[in-house]
Write a protein that binds this ligand. Structure first.
Ligand code: F6R
Length: 249
């Protein structure tokens, strides 16, 4: 695992944008996994700018979302699919039919999970972006989830429900209690992972993810076992690591 630390979040964003561009340019049909949440928004703005300047095209890109709230359709203003559409996909030249997401209002969620898992097997993800949740989750793999799980429905933990207030919900009662998510085993099959963390509030979590025991109690620790993973941090998020734990860029 390689950990790199930048002076500030803008430098983090620039680095990740550049890496995504390289992956897109190195493949005839690149498959990118996108995360929602606050952390990657600067990266998405950077990708939009690059596209607008004609420096990158998403015409051949297939995009897979990580997770969704159970009970929210892709057109619901608070769904992750809608957030990805509004903050990124609608502003790029990506073909709509190449955007894939879990359907939070499927009649049969088990079948929906199998459908998505199969789609990902058929379109292996070249680069998966990740963020770390306040309980150590990646995607909506909450603490205690088996590392062997594929796509599945999950009960959201308190920290995840509370963090959702930052995603436009006005009251905790409005936040769905369940999510549907790529599993750890799904995520670990991606060829490359980029985990981004920013800010002091992620510092202790980052320390445990990078240096703690790999354990289902702290799902993001699994990335230590991936053979192509970059952890990209700003100085604040790295503040609980030792200097020998990372490269400074
Ligand atoms: C989002 C996702 C989550 C977030 C994590 C961090 O699709 O899967 O794991 O990456 O909760 O969220 P932020 O970036 O809002 O701190």
């Amino acid at each position: 695992m390689k950990v790199i630390v930048f002076e500030d979040m803008h430098a983090v964003d620039r680095f990740v944008v550049q890496r995504i561009k390289e992956v897109i340019e190195s493949k005839s049909c690149p498959v990118i996994g996108f995360a929602t949440g606050s952390t990657p928004q600067g990266v998405y703005n950077g990708l939009i700018q690059k596209y607008q300047k004609g420096e990158v095209s998403f015409r051949q890109v297939k995009a897979f979302n990580l997770d969704e709230y159970v009970g929210l359709s892709k057109d619901h203003p608070r769904s992750f699919a809608k957030a990805m559409w509004e903050t990124l996909f609608s502003k790029l030249d990506i073909e709509e039919e190449n955007i894939y997401a879990l359907n939070g209002v499927a009649d049969n969620m088990e079948q929906e999970c199998q459908r998505y898992e199969k789609l990902i097997q058929e379109n292996p993800i070249d680069l998966q972006l990740l963020g770390i949740g306040m309980d150590g989750h990646i995607a909506y793999n909450e603490p205690g989830t088996s590392f062997d799980e594929g796509c599945h429905v999950t009960n959201l933990h308190k920290e995840s429900i509370e963090s959702s207030l930052g995603y436009g919900f006005d009251h905790l009662e409005e936040v769905p209690r369940q999510g549907v998510t790529q599993g750890i085993s799904t995520i670990m099959q991606a060829r490359e992972l980029i985990m981004i963390a920013k800010g002091e509030k992620k510092a202790k979590l980052v320390q445990r993810m990078v240096k703690g025991k790999v354990s289902e109690d702290f799902p993001s620790s699994i990335i230590q076992n991936h053979n192509q993973v970059l952890v990209v941090l700003d100085q604040e998020a790295a503040s609980h690591l030792e200097e020998e734990d990372y490269e400074r860029h």
